[in-house]
Write a protein that binds this ligand. Structure first.
Ligand code: HEC
Ligand code: HEC
Length: 482
């Protein structure tokens, strides 16, 4: 397990539990269901994917395969990836997990969120689970918990420490830093548009936002080695939270309510109405010429009535082939692909197994080794460094990675097994296009946090900077214990 903590940032044991403890059971983590859903989605709404065969047929000669990697993965490195599973909620009293609701206490109202231009609607069927409808009070409560450093064992880390609204909802670091300044093994993804995600984490091991948010509080290197009972006892001593839970859920503080509230808040963190979206809506001036060329190389179409169309002959549609994976309105196929990021050629192993590590025993598939979930490229100019391990510093270097056909390894994705042969101008154009995907500013007022039994209300900003290194857990304040 220590190995898993090192590279997963959420302990292996926590991850399957996370699945067990939320809306779904462990089986829901298995690939088939997710895959089926995504395929359905891809065929209905991802136009670029449909363009795919056509584009393959018209592929320029320069893109023929140059790939001839023949090495193998060191088999011994694989055995340690098969992990034990335990239940995360084991030892948590049932009435901390869930309580029956007293409807007479509830004072809340449903809300409809209208996403910015370019994003699909937040419908109960597709992206908001029926068990957790969006309500005004719940979103407010979730926002408070998200920004509350008292979620961590010593009051120094909140969700915003690693998913900071001022840094594109990431920490802009290669890997994230948690309690006592400890480093995790993966880069913190942005929480923007996660409402559309079909699975959570780089390896997709959590099925929902509700499931995902139960991991960090118990993770020894993120928010501290603490039990759910400990966290909920702490929140039950904060009158403001007890009140809010009554009004929103008609119950005392529970894990179920916390997860639902955090997920509801996250569903409102949306990035859209970017220059690209304005262009798609008909404003032909919203993108400059370089961005337009980049868009076409990326795999998307110019507007029919765009006069620039005639002057850009010679730009090969989909030459960069990005829409093979970054497709649909959130620029992701929600699938897992191996780009060779993190492959150690000397040791013949992956520094991080990716999707393979998350596949349940009984569903392990070697071709998932080193594969990670396609991230959105919306808001991408704000979230450097890039990739699951933060190993690529700039968007220009990301494009170079694709241009050379990724990093050769035994399971490199089919789409990358060829060089793109982009010119310097074309590379710059693709970068310029990605820069047009920065959305309109997300309006956010930081919440006021309710005072604890010590009379203090923490400032959400106090946790915006990751804690500095301090190796002794003995410094933990053990907030409100006794
Ligand atoms: C110490 C840093 C840290 C803290 C604290 C933290 N996270 Fe994360 N978060 C990460 C990292 C790193 C990942 C990716 C881990 C992985 O894929 O294995 C992640 C993944 C996620 C994802 C998945 C996004 C996606 O696209 O798959 C969501 C959502 C998320 N975190 C929300 C939260 C919430 C809510 C909290 C607070 C309860 C929180 N995080 C606390 C670092 C952190
Ligand atoms: C085969 C599928 C695939 C193709 C084709 C593809 N990507 Fe990706 N992209 C991914 C995956 C998967 C990741 C994450 C990989 C990892 O972290 O190991 C990623 C990561 C990225 C990132 C970093 C995102 C972040 O949050 O760190 C950027 C930027 C990006 N891709 C842009 C592009 C561009 C530009 C193209 C076309 C030149 C492209 N991608 C083609 C699947 C793909």
């Amino acid at each position: 397990m220590s190995r898993m903590i090192r590279f997963l940032s959420y302990p292996a044991t926590a991850c399957l539990i996370v699945l067990g403890g939320c809306t779904a059971n462990v089986d829901d983590a298995a690939a088939p269901e997710t895959t089926a859903k995504v395929e359905e989605k891809a065929s209905t709404e991802a136009k670029p994917a449909a363009d795919r065969t056509q584009a393959e047929a018209s592929k320029p000669a320069s893109q023929t395969s140059t790939y001839n990697y023949t090495g193998e993965v060191n088999p011994l490195s694989l055995v340690s990836l098969v992990k034990e599973t335990t239940s995360a909620t084991e030892g948590t009293p049932d009435n901390y997990l869930w309580l029956p609701s007293d409807p007479a206490l509830i004072q809340d109202e449903p809300v409809t969120i209208t996403p910015p231009a370019g994003l699909s609607e937040l419908t109960p069927v597709a992206v908001v689970p029926a068990a957790n409808p969006l309500t005004k009070g719940k979103i407010e409560l979730g926002k408070q918990i998200y920004f509350d450093p008292r979620m961590s064992k010593n009051g120094t880390v909140s969700c915003a420490t690693c998913h900071n609204p001022e840094k594109g909802w990431t920490d802009q670091s290669p890997v994230s830093t948690g309690i006592h300044g400890q480093k995790g093994g993966r880069s913190a993804p942005s929480v923007i548009n996660t409402v559309y995600g079909r699975s959570m984490f780089w390896d997709g091991r959590a099925p929902s936002l509700e499931g995902q948010c139960q991991g960090p509080p118990r993770n020894p290197i993120e928010m501290g080695d603490q039990t759910y009972k400990e966290i909920i006892d702490r929140f039950r001593k904060i009158d403001g939270y007890k009140e809010r839970f009554k009004k929103v859920f008609g119950t005392d503080v529970t894990l179920d309510g916390m997860a639902k509230a955090i997920a509801s808040f996250e569903r409102t963190v949306l990035s859209g109405n970017s220059a690209y979206d304005k262009y798609v809506k008909g404003d032909n001036k919203a993108l400059n010429e370089s961005q337009k060329r980049g868009m076409v190389l990326f795999g998307l179409d110019l507007n029919d009535d765009d006069e620039y169309k005639d002057s850009m002959k010679g730009v090969v549609k989909r030459k960069a082939a990005c829409t093979a994976c970054h497709a649909g309105s959130n620029f992701t196929d929600e699938q897992f692909h191996n780009l060779g990021v993190g492959w150690d050629e000397a040791k013949k192993e992956f520094k991080d197994p990716g999707r393979f590590g998350a596949e349940p025993v009984g569903a392990k598939n070697l071709t998932s080794l080193g594969a990670f979930k396609t991230p959105t490229v919306r808001e991408i100019a704000k979230t450097a460094p890039y990739m699951h391990d933060g190993s690529i510093k700039t968007l220009a270097e990301v494009v170079e990675h694709y241009d050379k056909g990724g990093n050769p390894n035994p399971y490199l994705d089919f789409e990358l097994k060829k060089k793109l042969n982009l010119t310097a101008q074309e590379k710059a154009d693709v970068v310029a296009f990605m820069e047009s995907l920065t959305g309109e500013a997300i309006k956010l007022e930081l919440p006021k946090l309710p005072p604890g039994p010590d009379g203090k209300s923490p400032d959400p900003r106090s946790a915006f900077t990751p804690p500095s290194q301090d190796k002794t857990a003995a410094n933990d304040l053990h907030l409100f214990v006794r």
